[in-house]
Write a protein that binds this ligand. Sequence first.
Ligand code: ZN
Length: 270
Amino acid sequence: MPELPEVETTVRGLARYLEGERLTRVVVNRPDLRRPFPADLMQAMTGAVVTGLDRRAKYGLLHTDRGRTLIFHLGMSGRWRIDPERPDRHDHLVLHTDDHIFALNDARRFGSVDLVDRAILDAWPPFAAMGPEPLGELLTPGHLHAATRGRKTAIKGVLLDQRIVAGLGNIYVCEALFRSGISPRRQAGKVSRAAFARLVPAIRDVLHQSIADGGSTLRDYARPDGQLGYFATRFDVYGREGEPCHRCEGTIRRIVQGGRSSWFCPQCQK
Ligand code: ZN
């Protein structure tokens, strides 16, 4: 599943070719992904100039000069192909500019495309409910400390809650908890302010590292220019059950929390 770093990489890749360009042709090849394409997608986007691109959590945003923003989510298997050599049957939305072709390819169709007025983006329901961006200034140790007081659930689950932090996936929560020495099992309400002061920069570091690597782990993920994404070779704990800890003599363990695996070092993380 494309995670935040893959979406960031995708947005940066698309921005290089799309920013300031007019969409000369918009082709919708099927009625829906996870939900229907907006009925006026072709009409609204054909002829529009892309004024800029952004990311919010795991959504990519294409702003246009018409005051409307195309919002895409890559779901489980989505990716953008730039100037594909040949069409693919999973190219469900295709944008043309004078010089390039951009195909949103999504074999499993768990992705989505929406059109929202830019002026009310923050009120769009998926965004309205979201906590701060993990790479933004609003994610602070104080925010996490305040948001977790009195919570008896494990810190791992709280960090995956989009209302607390937006767009942080399992991989990055596991890695950030390892780097900051916090056990995924620790009760959220008992994590100290000092521990959060280690956790916040750890979150940013693991995300920045993955973005620098060009997106992380997915077998079926491809960068927008068609190159394959990177494999998870640099992770300290994620997917490393039974392997030696990079920091101590211990062994990485895997447990299941809320139906999802957590990897951690019981010696380094308390
Ligand atoms: Zn260790």
